[in-house]
Design a protein around this ligand. Structure first.
Ligand SMILES: Nc1ncnc2c1ncn2[C@@H]1O[C@H](COP(=O)(O)OP(=O)(O)OP(=O)(O)O)[C@@H](O)[C@H]1O
Ligand SMILES: Cc1ncc(COP(=O)(O)O)c(N)n1
Length: 253
C-alpha cells in the first residue's frame, strides 16, 4: 500500500539523534514515507554543536519546490530554521503544506543556540500546530514559564496570536499542555528516568505530523505522539550512543 508522504523542513544533525535524522526515523517507524528539505547542516554529536552552516535560501526553496512538484503531501513538520527567510518561504507556499506542525527549535539540549527567536516569529502567527518546549514558549511570550498553569496561559496566548493549536512540552516531567479549539488539556505522561533524551522534541512533533497525516484529530494525534515518544525513551534508556545525552530508540516496536 502507498504510505502517506510527510515532509520535514529542518536542520541536519550529524549525530543522528535530532533534526532531519530523528524526523525521518520517526516517519519510517510510524508508517509514513519521509521527504526532506534541509535548512542548515550542523556539525553535532551528543556532546554539542561545533558548527552550523545555513543552506542558501535559493537552495532551500529549490528543495521545497522539487518536493511540492512531485509528491502529494499529507503533513509537514518544521524544525530548525536559522533564517527568517525560510519562515517567509514556508508562509509563501503554505497553501500547499497541509497539517503544518511547527517545532520552534531555538536551543539544543546541549545549550547551543540553533536559531534566533525572530527567525520563527513569522510562523507563530500562522494557523499551524505549534510545539514549543517550556523554554521556547518562554522566549516567544517573553517571560519565565515553570508551572503547568503558566504553560497553559502561554499556550492560550500563542493561540491568540494565530496558532491553530499549541502544545507546550515539559521535558523530563512528562507533563505537556495542549490548547486547542477553546479547551485546555493537561497531558500527564510516564516520566522516564534517562540520560538519552536528545531529539525528544523533534520526535514528538514528527510523530504528531504522521498521526495528523493518518487522519487523527488534533488531540488524538498529540496523545498518540506522546505515547510513541515515551516508548522510544524507554527503549533507549539503557543504551550508550555517544558520551553525552544519547538518542531515543525510534524503532522500539
Ligand atoms: N524523560 C522524559 N520522560 C517522559 N517524557 C518525556 C521525557 N523527556 C521528554 N518527554 C516528552 O517528550 C516530548 C517532547 O518534549 P521535550 O520538552 O523534551 O521537547 P524539546 O525540549 O523541544 O526537545 P528537543 O530539545 O529535543 O527538541 C513531550 O511529550 C515530553 O513530555
Ligand atoms: C538540527 C537540530 N535540530 C533540532 C535540534 C533540537 O534537539 P535537541 O534539543 O534534542 O538537541 C538539534 N539539536 N539539532
Amino acid at each position: 500500500m502507498t504510505p502517506p508522504v510527510v515532509l520535514t523542513i529542518a536542520g541536519s544533525d550529524s549525530g543522528g539523534g535530532a533534526g532531519i535524522q530523528a524526523d525521518l526515523k520517526t516517519f519510517a517507524a510510524l508508517g509514513a514515507f519521509g521527504v526532506s528539505v534541509i535548512t542548515a547542516v550542523t556539525a553535532q554529536n551528543t556532546l554539542g554543536v561545533t558548527a552550523i552552516h545555513p543552506i542558501p535560501i535559493d537552495v532551500v526553496a529549490a528543495q521545497l519546490d522539487a518536493v511540492l512538484d512531485d509528491f502529494p503531501l499529507a503533513a509537514v513538520k518544521v524544525g530548525m530554521i536559522g533564517d527568517p527567510a525560510v519562515a517567509e518561504l514556508i508562509l509563501d507556499r503554505a497553501d500547499r503544506l497541509p497539517n503544518l506542525v511547527v517545532d520552534p527549535v531555538l536551543v539544543a539540549t546541549s545549550g547551543a543556540r540553533l536559531a534566533e527567536t525572530a527567525s520563527v516569529a513569522p510562523l507563530v502567527a500562522y494557523p499551524c500546530l505549534l510545539t514549543p518546549n517550556r523554554h521556547e514558549a518562554a522566549a516567544l511570550v517573553g517571560r519565565v514559564i515553570e508551572t503547568a498553569e503558566e504553560m497553559a496561559v502561554a499556550a492560550d496566548e500563542l493561540v491568540g496570536r494565530g496558532a491553530r493549536a499549541v502544545v507546550v512540552t515539559g521535558s523530563e516531567g512528562a507533563v505537556d499542555v495542549l490548547r486547542f479549539d477553546g479547551t485546555t488539556e493537561v497531558l500527564r505522561g510516564e516520566p522516564v528516568r534517562t540520560e538519552n533524551n536528545h531529539g525528544s522534541g523533534c520526535t514528538f512533533s514528527s510523530a504528531i505530523a504522521v498521526r495528523l497525516a493518518a487522519g487523527d484529530p488534533v488531540p488524538t494525534a498529540v496523545r498518540n505522539a506522546k505515547s510513541y515518544v515515551t516508548a522510544a525513551l524507554l527503549g533507549g534508556r539503557d543504551w550508550r550512543l555517544g558520551d553525552g545525552p544519547g538518542p531515543l530508540d525510534h524503532f522500539v516496536f
